[in-house]
Design a protein around this ligand. Sequence first.
Ligand SMILES: [Zn+2]
Ligand SMILES: [Zn+2]
Length: 282
Amino acid sequence: MIWIHILGSAAGGGLPQWNCACVNCVAARAGKIDSQTQSSIAIGAGSEEFQNSWLINASPDLPRQIESTKHLQPHRNASRNTPIAGVFLTNADIDHALGLLLLRQQEKPLVVYATDETRAALAWLDRTLARFCGIEWRTATPKFQSLDSGLAFRAIELPGSVAFQFRDDTSGRMALFAPSVGSFTQQLRDAVHTSDLVMFDGTFWSEGELGQVRPGARSAREMNHLPINDGSFDVLRQSPAHRKIYIHINNTNPMLMPGSSERAQVELAGIEIARDGLEIVL
Ligand SMILES: [Zn+2]
Ligand SMILES: [Zn+2]
């Protein structure tokens, strides 16, 4: 059995973002739509919920995400401990890696799975953490390797990032996590079609979305995020996965607004929109 817990469903900045007055951020401040923290997911395996939990990306909101998630809190049988076994990084983006710094009180080195490219880009963070717990880097490979409690995983290489696919060795079920997808590769397409659960980059609805609130902003693809409307939507819609969920959603994305045509289109296609605290058992 695989347990998955969405700790944060928003892209960098969160919803609302401190300096943003887009329609969604204004609605979130007014309590008309739910606020969402920055993108991080907890995953664990085994019969007992979250004995050992792994994080996929560690956002700057991690401390408060842990406090709102019982399974990630320390057991009361010892003063200092954590059920968090380590972190998987999809790339070196600040909103995915800054949470590592906030785990610096850890007693032993932090276990982090990442590509060599991500590790090199995070040399500054590595140096900072060396004065605290330090990082035990492990390489995420394209071949399945076993993790713990009958859970195996592999990295799917993408331009500028990786996706992770996890497999429950008992049931054979697979879960795909792809929060940063600049373009499809054949391998990613195959993974979308062979996974039981697909969590996919829902950052932007359209290519020029950010330019509407911030003139001169880079386009979605320039920021290494395939937009939903002419990028990932059709592929996800056609996937036979039991559950398909957009994650890592930017605060400008119109599908966040209840009643929007974009939201209706996604829901009609059987695709869900992530929210903080969503739990899935696979
Ligand atoms: Zn991000
Ligand atoms: Zn906004």
